[in-house]
Design a protein around this ligand. Sequence first.
Ligand code: SF4
Length: 478
Amino acid sequence: MCGILGIWGRDQVAAELMLGLATLQHRGQDAAGAITFDGSFHVKIGRGLVSEVFADKHQERLRGPWGLGHVRYATMGSTDVEDAQPVHVSYPYGLAMVHNGNVTNFDEVRESLYAEHHRLVSTSNDAALILYTFAAELEKCDLRSLSILDLFGCVEATQRAIAGAYSAVCLIAGRGLLAFADPHGIRPLVLGRRETEAGPEYAFASETTCLDFLGFEAVEEVGPGCAIFIDGQGEIHRHQGVRGRSAFCVFEFIYFAREDSVLRGRVVAEERERMGRALASPVAAAGTPPDVIIDVPASGYFFAVGLASACDAPFRRGLAKNHHIGRSFIQPTDEERRRSVRLKLNPIRGVVDGLRVAVVDDSIVRGVTSRRLVSLLRAAGAREVVMVSAAPPVRYPCPYGIDMSTRDEIIAARQSPDAVRRLIGADGLVYQPLESLQALYRDVGCCDACFSGEYPTGLDAEALTRIEREKDRSGRAG
Ligand code: SF4
């Protein structure tokens, strides 16, 4: 998971790029970068948070009215700056790109780029691979008379060559901003527009929360296989490229996106409450009703509120959170995750003491947080602890840019729910039934492969094992 932003403005955009990236910080904390164009490219990339990478002086240096920004989250622990974004090339055209997702046929595309176009992709950076593929297609066009149809043709050829998940924004020097999505629309990307005295300005962002902050009104999402080009005069051109079945990542609704974002026309916070209400019947079926429902702050909050509204137990805040520690899910190693759980959450004794407590989290992946929480709640006097997961059991890794780890690390990959319950030490364990989740998102058309094993791009077991090995080696992510 990464966050991307592209701004087509009429004045300097550096400050807005930096501020906009800060609103996407939850999507990646390992590296940040920006590139602007004013006749030349100006780039700044670094490791760490947006506030650590950019300083006031970069507003001066990153000149130009068009720009791209990226916050990176590295899968499997790789935090190399060389794999950070944006990436850019100067041949056959000045092109810069940011993307969010993960390419699943990286080696195959890299080999064919070298064999057919003599282009050597020397990093393990997916954005470079997509950019080089696009550039190789562009090279086949007559650049003196390059048309918008030519550009869309290059997008289609890129979509045919690259497998996996990608939402990308490409800055084409002097020509405009081009956004496109993979044929299934797995990762989010939204176009926003705002009026200024000089005329309309545009932005593409991973989430509407970023557009809200920058004063852009969300206009439309870049759907499955779609391409949108904003030309040098600010005209919008749309094209339906290679299209497969819609498979928007359902985990965006569960965990990744910020609660104030609107994805596929749905407010994320409301979606989480809906999922929480859907948990009422499996919680009731699990036996004695809880005395109190608490959330794992902050990602469990809306689910817990939804659950409490649909059953007889009250919701109370039962865990105090240290807000100055990063999200435990995206810490690179298990040991760091364990340490960060301990630092981050502490039970509020008076809320849980002597009670049967249902503690609601967004999901259970490795079980590290759950195990630690159960033991902390018991130590704070809880009589019984029922762990409630708003997501179904995560059983399969995600090859589309989310660190679900390998199957060996996913606690429910080869264990029954009761075995997971024993492993985390809880008295009860309730998961969202997969059928309930699928019913909630049937009309959106979502990917739920990490629960169901049904990969929208049709990966088989052998391909998955290869991707897991590659992930271990390179830590690619966008
Ligand atoms: S496998 Fe899971 S996390 Fe990955 S894209 Fe699909 S739903 Fe999202």
